[in-house]
Every structure is written in C-alpha cells, then in structure tokens.
Design a protein around this ligand. Structure first.
Ligand code: ZN
Length: 484
C-alpha cells in the first residue's frame, strides 16, 4: 500500500515500524460545540484507513484524543479557552460542556458508523504527563518561563532544526520582522508558543505546577498522549489540513526536543470541506451541524439527509481533495448509494448460468489497487458502480454469471461497501426500492388490463401519471420496461 506522506510530500510504501503492530494517532475534536460536517470528514477518512489496516491484518492501536482544555479562542495563545467561554455563557461547569459535547460527538459518530478508536484520551486527564514533557523541554533549554507561563523557544529550536518542515513554511525571515513588534508580550518572539499558561484569577480550569496555577498549551496534549500510548516514534499521525500549522508543527518541535525524534513516520492530512465554494464558518452562516443534516432544517438544505448519505458523499471524494458541499451534490450521493445498495440486493435475484462474462478476480484486484493507491475511495466506488452495471445486466439476462461468480462478487461487494467503506446498507433502503418495484409492476398490470379492454384512455392516463412522478415506461415487444 502506498500512502501520501505530508512530511516528504510524496507517496511512499507503507512499512510499519514494528509489524504487525500499527500506531495511529489522530487529533480529535475540541468539544465546545455541536458536531458539524468539518468533524465528519477526518473521522470518516481515518475510519476508512483504520478499517482497511485491520482488514490487511495489522494490529492497529488507534488513538484519537478529545481536547477539553487549553484550546484558546484564536487557536494561538491569546483569548479565552473555548470550553471555558462556553461554560461562562451557559453558566455551567466546563466539564459539563465537555461531557455534553463529547456525548453529542459520540452519538453522531455512531450514526455515521465511524468505529470507536482503541483509546480516546482527554487532555485534562493527562496534566501530569504534559508537565513531564515541559520539564524535559526546560531541562534541554528550549523553553523559558515568563511571568508564570512557559513558552517554547522557536527561534532557538529553528537554528538546529527545521520549524516548518511539515507545512513547508519558511519562518526564518518572519522572525526578524515580528520580533520588535512584540514588546508588550511575555514571549520573546511572537512565534514562540505556550507550553503552560498562567491562569488569570477568573480562569476556571486550572492546575498547580511549579510555574504557576495554570493550564497546558493546546499543542502539548497530543505530544504527551501520543507518546504515552504509542511510544516516542510511532507509525502515523493524522488530522485535518488546518492542523498542519501551527498545531502539528509545534508537536514535531516538542517531540524533537523532549524525545530526540519526530513523533511519527508518516503524516496524513485530510483536506477541507467548502460549502458552495466557500470556506465553512459561523460568520458566513454556512455552518451546518450534523443534526441539521439529519433534520433538513438549514437554509442551504433542500431536505433531510441521512448519515449514510453524508458518509457516502465524503467517501466519493479522495481525502486529499477539497470537497465542495451543495444540496445537489448530496442528492446525487443519496441516489448513488441507493443504486449501489439495490445493485447489491439484485445479486440475489440473478439466475446463474453455466458460463461467465465477468472476471471477478480482476474486479477484486482493481478494487484493492484503488485502496492501495493512497486510499482512493472515489476510484473504488467507481469500480463498485461498474459492478452494479454488470449485476443489472445479468439480471436483465444480457450477460451471464456462474453461481460461483455470483457468490464471489456478492462477498466482494459486501466486503468493500460495508466492511471497508463502512457503509450500512439499511434494510429500509432496499425494502423501499423493492416495494417501489412491486408497486410499479402492479400499476403496469392494471394498465395492461385497460389496454386489453381497449380502454386506451385509462392506459394513457396511467402512463402519463407515472411519468409525472418520474417513472418512464417503454412498451417493448415482450414486456413493458420501466425506469425511475
Ligand atoms: Zn493534536
């Protein structure tokens, strides 16, 4: 299998450090708001990877954290803690905010059929581990204390290391221009990032340390928790592309100093979701929560969409491409998944023949090729749709399949669609399409009766009304064909 390593900017063969064990760390949500489309994409991307690795018989330890402290409003070191802010406005405990939105996150991830990680550690449960990392960085001389807070010395680090190796940013020239501007700050340089922040008197979430009563900086938790559960150098670190800088760059710097090596061998980043071509943001009023998708209650939504439609929509794009959401695109995904589901159901109805016009083995190979090429789910889905065409042709009797081929194809369709892509073929979807099929046949029989009675008026009326609800019929020599 080849995966694109953000660190080297190329596709590389995936070779685990200690096979068959694989350590996967993915930055999880900051739990202060209702889960939205932006939460669904990394969760589904790394769920696909997790499922595929397990299918390949790797023993995967998947760690996905919950950020419940230290993530400040502006994603840097200023402003209020996002969770504390929510707790203040709602007049509840910060841990009530954390519990409520963690539960909501889990509920929606379950509905999207995202597998649970092996370990889901919380930042607030690992303050001691985070203080230990600070101590190591302090002892090595790459951090300094300022007014009770502790900052990482980026300029010093960058002299012997490359701060910007992941994002490809050249920070050097920016050091000189930003240094003088920062006279008011506790930091020596605006690029320095907080390892520990002294809490203001009103700050609720605080812990004792030798530096001050305070709380850890946001980037520190992932270093402390990934090394605790996966070791100082593990296989894959993942997350959304928006986390590449500064979050992951800071993680690399912290690990390099504290543990003498970069945290992970491979870095994987999923691209962002845009809404009708625009970035998602609360201020743009295009922030659609997952609940709004389920209910359809948002101005940009034409109707409710099921979790499986959202999952299929996300998997129909490669994880490194931007994915533009629109109601039309979701409707197309919904129809597509219905077509795939009914295709899989149709397999049961095919009458086996003694010879076969379909090469199941090469179908299997191209499906694996797609996954092995940096998890190319859209290509895999295209192959599945091609197989559906074959299935439907076999059902119509225009091509032949042997019983063995039907069984093998059925196994493969279920394997790729359900086990690996994680799609749930709901009984309702297939039942409904079967019921629709039976209703159409029933109506066509009534039309035939009318024709037999030379009641052309009624026969025409039936054809016209079927047309109006989107069912096209074509009178053939032997039988009447129809399609939606
Ligand atoms: Zn992280």
């Amino acid at each position: 299998m080849k995966i694109f390593n953000t660190l080297t900017r190329q596709k590389e063969d995936f070779i685990p450090i200690n096979p068959p064990f694989v350590g996967l760390y993915v930055c999880g949500p900051t739990v202060y708001g209702d889960p939205h489309l932006g939460h669904a994409r990394p969760a589904i991307t790394f769920d696909l990877f997790f499922r595929y690795l397990k299918h390949l018989d790797y023993k995967v330890r998947y760690v996905r954290n919950i950020t419940d402290v230290g993530h400040l409003e502006n994603d840097a070191d200023e402003g209020e803690d996002k969770i504390a802010q929510k707790a203040r406005t709602e007049q509840i405990e910060p841990m009530e905010v954390v519990q409520y939105y963690s539960d909501r996150y889990h509920k929606f991830m379950d509905e999207l059929n995202v597998s649970k990680p092996s370990i889901e550690p919380r930042a607030s449960g690992h303050i001691i581990e985070q203080l230990e990392v600070i101590e190591k960085i302090m002892n090595k001389g790459y951090a300094y204390e300022s007014n009770g807070s502790v900052y990482f010395d980026v300029e010093k680090y960058n002299k012997e290391n490359n701060y910007g190796m992941l994002s490809g940013r050249n920070v050097e020239e920016q050091f000189s221009t930003t240094r003088q501007l920062d006279g008011q700050s506790e930091k020596r340089n605006s690029y320095d990032f907080a390892l520990w922040k002294k809490a203001s008197p009103s700050h609720i979430m605080r812990w004792k340390s030798i530096y001050s009563d305070g709380f850890p900086g946001w980037h520190l938790e992932c270093t402390a928790m990934s090394s605790k559960y996966l070791g100082n150098h593990f296989d894959i670190h993942g997350g959304g592309m928006d986390l590449m800088f500064p979050h992951h760059e800071c993680e690399i710097a912290q690990s390099t100093v504290a543990h003498g090596q970069t945290p992970a061998k491979y870095w994987m980043h999923n691209n962002m979701i845009t809404i009708n071509g625009q970035k998602m943001g609360k201020s743009l009023n295009n922030f659609i929560t997952l609940e709004q998708f389920w209910t359809g209650k948002h101005i940009l939504l034409s109707k409710p969409f099921s979790p499986m439609t959202i999952r299929f929509f996300i998997l129909q794009a490669h994880y490194r491409s931007t994915l533009d959401f629109s109601s039309e695109a979701l409707e197309a995904a919904e129809k597509g998944f219905l077509r795939l589901s009914s295709g899989i159901e149709n397999l049961k109805k095919i009458k086996p023949c003694s010879r076969s016009d379909f090469d199941v083995e090469s179908f299997k190979n191209i499906c694996y090729d797609a996954l092995n090429d940096d998890l190319n789910s859209p290509i895999l889905i295209a192959h599945l749709f091609d197989a559906v065409k074959t299935i439907n042709s076999a059902l119509a009797g225009t091509i032949s399949l042997t019983e063995k081929d039907i069984n093998e194809l059925s196994q493969l369709m279920h394997l790729f669609t359900e086990d690996i892509l994680g799609m749930v073929i709901t009984k309702q979807t297939t039942d409904n399409s079967q019921i629709v099929g039976k209703l159409v046949e029933l109506t066509l029989n009534l039309r035939q009766e009318a024709k037999n009675n030379k009641d052309w008026n009624t026969a025409d009326k039936i054809r016209q009304q079927l047309n109006e609800i989107g069912i096209e019929i074509k009178d053939g020599k032997e039988r009447v064909e129809w399609k939606i």
